[in-house]
Design a protein around this ligand. Structure first.
Ligand code: NI
Length: 203
């Protein structure tokens, strides 16, 4: 087992442990919502756009704060048991694989669960994946608007027997260029090498 795989397994294990600790039933696991069909359908103009959010340090930010550098944009939530941790692990490893060039890229993790993902919650979470990973949260309306701009679907899935809930969400990673425009996207399960190679085309 590679070091990366081990790390993914360890982090997923921690997340599942955390879920168990707060009383989420094993049946209440994240389901993935369908991803938009093809790159051709997802034209440049259709993905991305202006947003107003709060980062994990509590600073208010907009899309303009990230212009001039490519960004990797991933939507998820910190209580996610498996999909988000493994997606973030791949993002971190792909940036590290690019070496010094990778420092030109800003990875963004936008929560679809602003109710629980406060800036403080995000701050504790993002640092376990990559030192430059930026966690973003906002009001319910702000999250709805940015998810719509990226054509990301999400929905609360409540447990009938308790107050626990999880979030269903689409889990594409979007690569946006230096001008904030859509370059490409990655599906869940994309390898570190494949992601790094695509990012390198923009650098
Ligand atoms: Ni997730």
């Amino acid at each position: 087992m590679s070091r990366t795989k081990l790390a993914v397994t360890a982090i997923a294990g921690l997340a599942i442990g955390a879920a168990a600790a707060i009383g989420v039933s094993p049946a209440l696991r994240e389901r993935l919502l369908p991803s938009p069909p093809t790159t051709r359908v997802m034209g440049q103009a259709l993905v991305g756009g202006p947003f107003q959010l709060t980062d994990h340090t509590g600073r208010r930010v907009t899309e303009k704060d990230f212009l001039g550098r490519p960004t990797l944009v991933f939507f998820g939530f910190t209580f996610c048991p498996d999909v988000c941790p493994s997606g973030l692990q791949v993002i971190g490893a792909a940036l590290d694989k690019l070496g010094p060039k990778g420092q030109a890229v800003t990875p963004l993790f936008i929560t679809v669960d602003p109710e629980r993902d406060t800036p403080a919650q995000l701050a504790a979470y993002v640092k376990s994946f990559h030192p430059r990973l930026v966690g973003l949260t906002g009001t319910a309306d702000e999250i709805r608007a940015v998810a719509k701009a990226y054509r990301v679907h999400y929905a609360k899935a409540e447990d009938a027997k308790s107050s626990a809930y999880t979030m269903d969400h689409s889990a594409l990673v979007f690569l946006m260029d230096q001008k904030g425009q859509y370059a490409t996207h990655f599906r869940p399960g994309t390898s570190v090498d494949a992601m790094a190679a695509e990012i390198a085309k923009l650098l």
